[in-house]
Design a protein around this ligand. Structure first.
Ligand code: GLU
Length: 490
């Protein structure tokens, strides 16, 4: 153990004043929607109060470490706009916050607890099991004398360090969402703080780090609620202030199951690959278990930071509803500028439309008002590069009283008219068709329906006959109308 000056120096370095929150993910490879929500709430609490948001990578469980996982975390946070104030990449007064790089610290604090009589070395073989099902009364090491314990440690015998939970009484802690919770100390196990390899358990490292980083609000999943009394006892053993706890209920895939990678539930990156927009995902995730109170649902990130309050977080689990996310996504798509939408949609348009002379921005303009998810785009555009092999029964349209014979006649009439157009634009194409309708004393649809079927080979298309003809160009339009006429005359 270090001398007391060393501990005093650590204390003196703790940033003080203002709200300080931290997101403390373990790099296990996947930023699921629940993780993103925890990060978001943590960031919002800090930003709402003009405080600091800290990122800490909790990598002491080396068995669960996945290569590249840290990058996924950084990328996801950066894309979502959840910027952090201190941390390995941005520096700061007390970085870096990679737990394995701070490993020396934790053992010193565990030794301090031994000194205070609030922890003890456990030499038992079973101690490797991290205390699961461990009976404190049954462990002989709990009552070892300090002298014997020191001697065995000095002789090189392996040990773990366990928290010494009081035998009787109760522990009460406060959670901002769940209120006061009291547990019998007899139900708490003497959890392992330092493992045989000298590394801290998550349960210990989080308390030390939250204290040394001056964290005022600890936001995490409610699965940690059952451990919170043990954390509380640790803070008290050290004589430290306890931060405000904000335990958030899980995000569920349905009424019974949490969202999980194992069940194929999407991560943030999966959602983006599926064509959801970051802003829509962030907005939707914010409302998964938090309510601003009121009807309004659409909030930008800065707007969320302005209105976010811990008291709006719900105790009940939230269910991830992909239909609701689609609704948010379509709202965000509609609100984009045409240029931004064209840029976002282009890769999806190009999956279906490879012809270089077709302008993706022209197609994007047809899609913006009716797209929910960008990945829906390619299948809507399957007729641009190649005319599908369609059935002539498509020409039958009850509403406009169009049949196959009428369609054939109309296509034959339109051919020379289209051929004569010099400036191939929406106005001239539309003008040609409405003039034809006037000439035939029929509704416009009687002209436009057969043209649309001929050029698209399908009845449901983004945009109508005019836009499709314009985008295809004059030559391709004429070619397809001839094919239509030929099909109908067989
Ligand atoms: N490393 C923990 C996890 O990823 C974080 C828990 C906490 O925020 O304290 O679940």
């Amino acid at each position: 153990m270090k001398d007391m000056n060393w501990y005093a120096e650590q204390e003196a370095r703790i940033p003080k004043g203002g709200t300080r929150t931290r997101f403390a993910p373990s790099p296990t490879g996947y930023m699921h929607v629940g993780n993103l929500r925890t990060a978001l709430y943590t960031w919002l609490i800090a930003r709402n109060k003009g405080g600091k948001f800290i990122l800490r990578i909790e990598d002491t469980d080396q068995e669960r470490y996945v290569d590249g996982a840290v990058e996924v975390i950084y990328r996801t946070l950066a894309e979502c706009g959840l910027d952090h104030d201190e941390g390995p990449d941005v520096g700061g007064p007390v970085g870096p916050y990679i737990q394995t790089e701070r490993r020396g610290l934790y053992k010193e604090y565990a030794d301090l607890l031994i000194e205070k009589g609030c922890a003890y070395r456990c030499f038992c073989e079973k101690s490797d099991a991290e205390g699961e099902g461990f009976e404190k009364a049954a462990d002989p090491c709990r009552s070892l004398s300090r002298v014997e314990s020191d001697e065995r440690a000095a002789s090189g015998e392996a040990y773990v360090i366990r928290q010494k939970i009081p035998e009787g009484g109760t522990t009460t802690f406060h959670d901002e969402i769940f209120g006061d919770i009291t547990v019998e100390n007899s139900t708490l196990d003497d959890q392992v703080l330092i493992k045989r390899d000298g590394l801290p358990t998550y349960n210990f490292a989080n308390v030390i780090d939250d204290h040394l980083m001056g964290i005022t609000h600890v936001v995490r999943g409610s699965e940690y609620l059952s451990s919170a009394p043990k954390y509380d006892l640790l803070y008290r053993s050290f004589g430290w202030d306890v931060p405000a706890y904000v335990h958030c209920s899980p995000v569920m895939r349905d009424a019974h199951n949490k969202m999980s990678k194992r069940h194929g539930d999407p991560s943030y990156e999966d959602l983006i690959a599926q064509g959801y927009l970051t802003d829509a995902v962030v907005n939707y995730v914010a409302l998964l278990g938090w309510s601003p109170g009121g009807e309004r649902e659409i909030f930008s990130l800065p707007e969320l930071a302005e209105v976010f309050e811990i008291k709006g977080i719900s105790k009940s689990p939230a269910i991830f509803d992909v239909e609701k996310l689609k609704y948010f996504n379509s709202e965000y798509i509609r609100a984009m500028s045409p240029e931004d939408f064209a840029a976002a949609a282009e890769p999806f348009i190009r999956q279906a439309v490879k012809k270089p002379d077709i302008d993706p921005a022209a197609i994007a303009a047809l899609l913006q008002q009716r797209t929910e998810v960008l990945s829906d785009i390619p299948e809507k555009l399957d007729f641009f590069d190649e005319l599908p092999d369609y059935d002539t029964s498509l020409y039958v349209h009850k509403k406009s009283k169009t049949d196959e014979a009428g369609s054939l006649e109309m296509l034959n009439r339109m051919l020379p008219v289209f051929e004569a157009i010099e400036d191939w634009s929406d106005e001239s194409i539309l003008g040609a068709m409405t003039d034809m309708a006037a000439q035939c004393e029929c509704k416009n649809a009687k002209v436009m329906w057969p043209v649309r079927i001929a050029v698209a080979g399908k009845a449901v298309t983004p945009g109508g006959a005019v836009e499709i003809c314009r985008i295809l160009g004059k030559d391709e339009t004429l070619r397809r109308i001839r094919i239509g006429a030929e099909k109908l005359s067989k």
